[in-house]
Design a protein around this ligand. Structure first.
Ligand SMILES: O=C(O)CCC(=O)C(=O)O
Ligand SMILES: [Fe+2]
Length: 313
C-alpha cells in the first residue's frame, strides 16, 4: 500500500487507451477516515443533512454541488482533502507519468454522490445524463498536456456511478475535427475544454472506440488523459461515491512568480480545477478571509504541503 504495483503496466494502458487504474494507492484506513470526514464536512455546513437519515439526502439539505462535485466553502483546502492529495502513492504515480519528482498539485474538488434509488438512497433527483467533454483546448490536441486523476475513496463498481470514458478517443481527434471541418466555437479560445454531444461520440464509436465505465477498488487511483472524452454517471445501487480529483504536473511549467502566486492562492484557500499550473484569480472575499472562505479544518503548512504547492526550501 502506498507504493506502485509495477506488475501492472498501467502506463501503457494509459497511453494506449487514454485511461487506466493504478491499484492500491491509499490504505483502507485512510479511505474510511476520508469518507467519515467528508460526511462530517457535509453535515457541518448546516443545511440539514444527516448521514443517518435518508429523508435528508435532498438537494435542499446537501450543500451546493454540481453532480456531486463540492468546491464551495473552500472544501478543497480542508485538512482531510490535503491528507489525500499529498499521499506519496499519488505523487509517485504522477512522477512516473512525467518522469520527474519535481511536481505541483492541483487544488481540486471533492465528490460525494449518494445513490439514486428508492430503497437505498435519494429520490429527489434524476440520474445525470451523459455530458461528454474533454478538459484540454481543442487547439492543442496533438500533445498530452494533462493526466487527470481520481483518488477513489470507496469501492466503485458498474452500478456505483463515476467516470465514464470513450476509450481510445484521445488519439483520433485530428480525424474527427477534419471530418466536421474544424471545431465549433463554443468556448473562448483560451478555454481548456470542449463539449461534445452524443452524435459526436457516435463518430468515435464508429472508429472502434468504446464507452467504458471505469471501475475501481477503494484506494485505487483512476487516471485519464485530458484529451479522452469523458463524463460521469450517477450511482444507482447501495454504495455512495466518494472521491477526490487530483493531479500533479511538472513544476517547471510555472515561473517563480507564478509559484509565489500559487502559494497566495493556497493561503487564500481558493478552489481550482484540474489545471495545477494555472492560478485562478483570488476573489475579494477570500483576500479578506471571510469566514465562508475558510475551511472547517485548516490544513497545516507542513513541509509536505508546501512541497506539493511548489515551494522549495
Ligand atoms: O466525476 C468524474 O468522474 C469526472 C468529472 C470530470 O469530468 C472531470 O473532473 O474532469
Ligand atoms: Fe472532465
Amino acid at each position: 500500500m502506498g507504493s506502485i504495483d509495477t506488475s501492472v503496466d498501467w502506463l501503457s494502458h494509459l497511453r494506449e487507451d487514454g485511461f487506466c487504474v493504478v491499484p492500491n494507492i491509499i490504505s483502507p484506513e485512510a479511505c474510511r477516515k476520508f469518507q467519515n470526514e467528508a460526511l462530517d464536512w457535509i453535515e457541518s455546513c448546516g443545511f440539514g443533512f444527516d448521514r443517518n437519515d435518508r429523508s435528508t439526502w435532498t438537494t435542499e439539505k446537501i450543500p451546493p454541488n454540481e453532480k456531486g462535485v463540492f468546491r464551495y466553502h473552500s472544501v478543497p483546502h480542508d485538512a482531510f482533502m490535503w491528507a489525500i492529495r499529498t499521499q506519496s502513492g499519488i505523487h509517485d504515480a504522477f512522477a512516473k507519468i512525467w518522469n520527474t519528482n519535481d511536481l505541483v498539485v492541483s487544488f481540486d474538488a471533492l465528490n460525494v454522490s449518494f445513490p439514486i434509488n428508492p430503497n437505498t438512497g435519494r429520490t429527489d433527483i434524476e440520474p445525470t445524463e451523459a455530458w461528454p467533454h474533454i478538459d484540454q483546448n481543442p487547439r492543442s490536441l496533438e500533445t498530452m498536456q494533462l493526466i487527470q486523476g481520481i483518488a477513489n475513496m470507496a469501492p466503485n463498481g458498474p452500478n456505483d456511478g463515476g467516470l465514464v470514458v470513450v476509450k481510445g478517443s484521445h488519439r483520433i481527434h485530428e480525424d474527427y475535427f477534419e471530418t466536421i471541418k474544424g471545431f465549433r466555437n463554443v468556448r473562448p479560445p483560451n478555454h481548456n475544454g470542449y463539449p461534445f454531444d452524443m452524435d459526436d461520440v457516435k463518430w468515435y464509436l464508429g472508429q472502434g472506440c468504446e464507452v467504458v465505465k471505469v471501475c475501481g477498488g477503494q484506494g485505487d487511483l483512476l487516471l485519464w488523459d485530458s484529451r479522452t472524452i469523458h463524463w460521469n454517471c450517477s450511482p444507482l445501487g447501495t454504495q455512495t461515491r466518494f472521491c477526490q480529483y487530483v493531479t500533479y504536473v511538472p513544476r517547471n511549467l510555472m515561473t517563480e512568480k507564478q509559484l509565489e502566486q500559487k502559494l497566495e492562492v493556497f493561503r487564500a484557500r481558493v478552489s481550482a480545477g484540474c489545471q495545477a499550473h494555472e492560478n485562478p484569480d483570488i476573489p475579494e472575499q477570500h483576500r479578506r478571509g471571510d469566514p465562508l472562505t475558510r475551511p472547517r479544518q485548516e490544513p497545516a503548512e507542513s513541509p509536505t504541503i508546501l512541497k506539493a504547492i511548489g515551494i522549495r526550501a
